[in-house]
Design a binder for this molecule. Structure first.
Ligand SMILES: [Zn+2]
Ligand SMILES: [Zn+2]
Length: 378
């Protein structure tokens, strides 16, 4: 067996540390080396095992006393230490999940007794995302039983008795790959108790399955992939347990005309070569369903943007608004009529002459000057 590091050193605490200080140190270290935060890092994994093993011993007064007297020898050769993930027994598990629940703002480990959360997907169009919309969604979920008002009991005087599945703990543990996972007990849904004289409609669970329609207010400016949480709109817990939450996943459709980038909207508008050269005024669609006119100055090039201030999406939780950008694409004419061809040939003759004089277009003048330099070997 490899030499073991001192348990106090592993947790980076004094030998005189109080139980509270140990717990704090353990949480800090476990968070730092948790496999979820260090995927594929074997050193961290090893360290995480050490931390758990150390805390598993030191948090127990008797084991700690034995360790203080005899060191690691107290737990070797059939002692209580155990290798691998033995450190996961007992309270260590709860502490980890509690801690990660806090950290991620979620809740793992079934500590909070509630009904299940419900997930629904809502699809809306880009215009609906622009204006915001109320969408009815159908949720197949458990609601409080109407016969027994959620108590689960046919006779309110019968009282209840300890749940046979979890023996009153309200939670059951199951191995899931590497981890022990704690879940709310399927029999009592976390209450730890079952009723003596169960209600016939819900068989004592206190909840029945029903389809419920909810109107979801989707705010203006919502982005694709946004998740909206409605607290307490999930499954009823039964037996006086809090209902779970409803999570609405919003997926926003695309558009043939508009491209969205955050709060800004882009619209690519084709322009005839002559319009771009001479300047014009064009009508463009706006995401709110209206139209507006945009002045295109003479000599506009492909790729130039024209900003329409405030015509974009509203920004969530703010009074700010994005802008709309008209992106111009100048189109080269094809399928020319004989007359058009004649006109363009005349135009080209004129343009070529101008080019020769290297006066009209300074940009092009620069380019042709560079070409001449290139061939002259400069
Ligand atoms: Zn139970
Ligand atoms: Zn019932």
């Amino acid at each position: 067996m490899a030499t073991k590091v001192d348990f106090y050193a592993v947790l980076e605490v004094e030998r005189t540390a109080t139980a509270e200080e140990l717990k704090k140190a353990y949480r800090k270290q476990a968070m730092r080396y948790h496999p979820d935060r260090n995927p594929g890092d074997e050193t961290a994994e090893h360290k995480f095992k050490e931390i758990n093993e150390a805390y598993d011993i030191l948090k127990d007064e008797q084991k700690r006393a034995a360790y203080d007297r005899f060191g690691h020898a107290a737990f070797e050769n059939g002692g209580m230490g155990g290798g691998g993930f033995g450190g996961f027994g007992g309270g260590g598990l709860d502490d980890i999940f509690e801690m990660f629940g806090d950290m991620m703002g979620g809740r793992r480990g079934g500590r909070r007794r509630t009904g299940n959360d419900v997930q629904v997907q809502v699809e809306i169009t880009l215009s609906e995302a622009y204006s915001g919309i109320k969408k009815p969604v159908e949720i197949r979920t458990r609601i409080a039983c109407e016969s027994c008002h959620g108590t689960g009991s046919a006779d309110s005087n019968a009282g209840d008795t300890t749940c046979p599945t979890c023996h009153g703990a309200g939670a059951v543990r199951a191995q899931q790959g590497f981890f022990l996972v704690e879940r709310p007990c399927p029999t009592c849904h976390g209450s730890g108790k079952v009723v003596k004289n169960p209600c016939k409609s819900c068989r004592g669970s206190g909840t029945t399955e029903q389809t419920r329609t909810l109107e979801i207010a989707i705010p203006a400016g919502v982005e694709d992939g946004t998740r909206i949480r409605l607290t307490g709109e999930g499954e009823a817990g039964g037996n006086g347990v809090q209902p779970g939450d409803l999570y609405v996943h919003v997926s926003v459709g695309g558009s043939d005309i508009f491209q969205r980038d955050g709060a800004n909207i882009y619209c690519r508008v084709p322009l005839r070569m002559t319009q771009a050269a001479l300047g014009t005024e064009i009508e463009v669609p706006v995401i709110d369903g209206t139209r507006t006119r945009v002045k295109i100055p003479a000599g506009t090039q492909t790729g130039e943007n024209f900003r329409l201030r405030g015509k974009g999406f509203s920004v969530l939780r703010s009074s700010a608004r994005g802008d709309m950008y008209i992106q111009v694409a100048v189109e080269t004419p094809h399928h020319l009529s004989p007359r058009q061809k004649e006109l363009l040939e005349e135009f080209e003759a004129e343009a070529g002459e101008t080019q020769d004089q290297e006066k009209a277009n300074p940009e092009h003048t620069g380019f042709f000057a560079k070409v001449r330099d290139f061939f002259e070997g400069k």
